[in-house]
Design a protein around this ligand. Sequence first.
Ligand code: NAP
Length: 366
Amino acid sequence: MDTFAFIIHPIDPKRDVSRKFPLLGRVLNERQIDFFSTFFPPVFISEIEGISSQTTGKEIKGWFIACPYTPRRMMELPERTVYRKIIQTGRMAEKLGAQILGLGAFTSVIGDAGVTIANALDVPVTTGDSYTVTVAVDSIREAARVMDIPLSGATAAVVGATGAIGQVCAELLAEDVERLYLIGRRQAALEELRDRLQVRARAELIVSTKMDVLANAQLILTVTSAIHDVIRPEHLQPGSVVCDVARPRDVSAMVAAARDDILVIDGGMVDVPGSVDFHFNFGFPPGKAYACMAETIALALEGRFEDYTLGKHLTRERVEEIGAMAKKHGFRLSGFRSFEREVTPQHIETVRRNAKNALHLRAVHP
Ligand SMILES: NC(=O)c1ccc[n+]([C@@H]2O[C@H](COP(=O)([O-])OP(=O)(O)OC[C@H]3O[C@@H](n4cnc5c(N)ncnc54)[C@H](OP(=O)(O)O)[C@@H]3O)[C@@H](O)[C@H]2O)c1
């Protein structure tokens, strides 16, 4: 049977450590987990079984293995120390017999996005970023549809637009919408991106380093590598849709608490073909995976045991190819979730009603 492995790591330190080590998660505080994670070895998490292609019937198995570092630790430690730990975790995948290795969350963000790691390992490596783009853009298109926001007349924004995932998301959305804000931290990099996208874009492209411009956007796709939230309730207009692809999240939990007139959806969740059992709870309902996991699994189902998505410059060709490959094997966009809860049709209806009321109030009392 063909095989794959996928590296995960604690994102919300207390919650995620508790999922594997309930006692440690209970007694250690977040700062202590950050500190001790430096000395922890890679951890075997679980065997993954039950995946089968909808088209070919091929069955594969895989493993979750964990790099113990938290996002904060990966940002604080020297890059080569982080690479060393991820490579050590990759060696565990090799010993297990994995034929392809996926890098989850921050293990794909750090440094050159997988290139150094792939060079050091014998097993082929992918970050999963190409399929994450496909799923993120499809999610926001679908969310626009259910919220009755016609794409061709919409104002959208990509936050983290200069990033590996953000750039291609911006490229694709620029062909859909009327106006697109490219938001990031570096003005010069944003302008360079705008000039590059301008050639094919249908949208008017506006660059900004300020989150305040989000108040102009109806559709927001956010995908920064910030280790804290960057989007807060006051940034958003009633009736807007925010697709949060980042892990850790970009959207503050305060948005869910304070704004019942906005639809926030978790980006990057798909149904896995077959009757998959991950033998580990990473926070999704049964049968569903992150898009970056799905890319690794789709490559294993296809028998494409090669370095696939690596580095900070994704190509549109790869994004389209992996989208078609995943579709062929039966990966599908899942129903929406928001802050780890299912988004029901009633929830969408409530958001639409509250947004209408809020906009009416604004018109009456500007
Ligand atoms: N849901 C999924 O399946 C999935 C899959 C893969 C990755 N991800 C997540 O996607 C995110 C981005 O990954 P990536 O590989 O595209 O990262 P990346 O290439 O490092 O890009 C990150 C982007 O975020 C911006 N940024 C960083 N810190 C920021 C801050 N404090 N405020 C505002 N902007 C900030 C960066 O701006 P500069 O250009 O100025 O540095 C850059 O534009 C990560 O959270 C990762 O975990 C999710």
